[in-house]
Design a protein around this ligand. Structure first.
Ligand SMILES: [Zn+2]
Length: 176
């Protein structure tokens, strides 16, 4: 495999993006849809990957200096080609920042390929698109969680700081 120097892939300037969960709770599958307008790239991901991506994007956005350029919202409805050939299960995922273009870059590796092949997709997003993906990721991941009977908020894997318990922690359990 000494000849594999990593293939050349052309970066995708994302026009529309969407995060989706499919299937029943507990057996849900997740995908990130990224469309250039002409072509759709479908990144199939685990829940933990969606969660981690959302958090990483949020963190990166917080760290960026200056203000994002004003972008006009697209005048057309998002369109995604769900039957696209460009879809794969994500192994490794990296994010970066393209300072010259002021774009967030998502670099995705195909789970079924050796890492030395290089990334399978490289997608450039505006800050606004990245923030939308972060919001969507949070919403989609939380949608599968049980909700607290006291406040209605999704309960995470960690301790739940309930807004409706006024410091009476665990009171809902003591009543059981
Ligand atoms: Zn609560």
């Amino acid at each position: 495999m000494s000849e594999s120097e990593g293939r050349e892939i052309s970066p995708i300037d994302v026009r529309w993006a969407n995060v989706e969960a499919l299937g029943e709770p507990g057996q849900r599958r997740f995908r990130l849809l990224l469309s250039s307008g002409d072509e759709t790239t479908v990144l199939w991901m685990e829940k933990l990957q969606v969660d981690a991506l959302g958090r990483a994007l949020e963190q990166l956005l917080d760290q960026l200096p200056g203000t994002p350029e004003e972008t006009v919202a697209p005048d057309t409805e998002p369109r995604f080609d769900l039957g696209s050939d460009r879809q794969f299960r994500v192994g490794k995922l990296e994010i970066g920042y393209d300072e010259a273009r002021d774009r967030i870059v998502i670099i995705a590796y195909d789970l079924e390929e050796l890492e030395e092949f290089g990334p399978a997709a490289l997608c450039r997003l505006t800050r606004i698109q990245a923030a939308e993906i972060a919001d969507e990721a949070e919403r989609v991941v939380a949608a599968g969680r049980p909700r607290c009977v006291m406040c209605g908020m999704p309960m995470g894997p960690g301790p739940h700081a309930c807004a409706n318990q006024n410091g009476h922690l665990r009171s809902e359990y003591e009543q059981l």
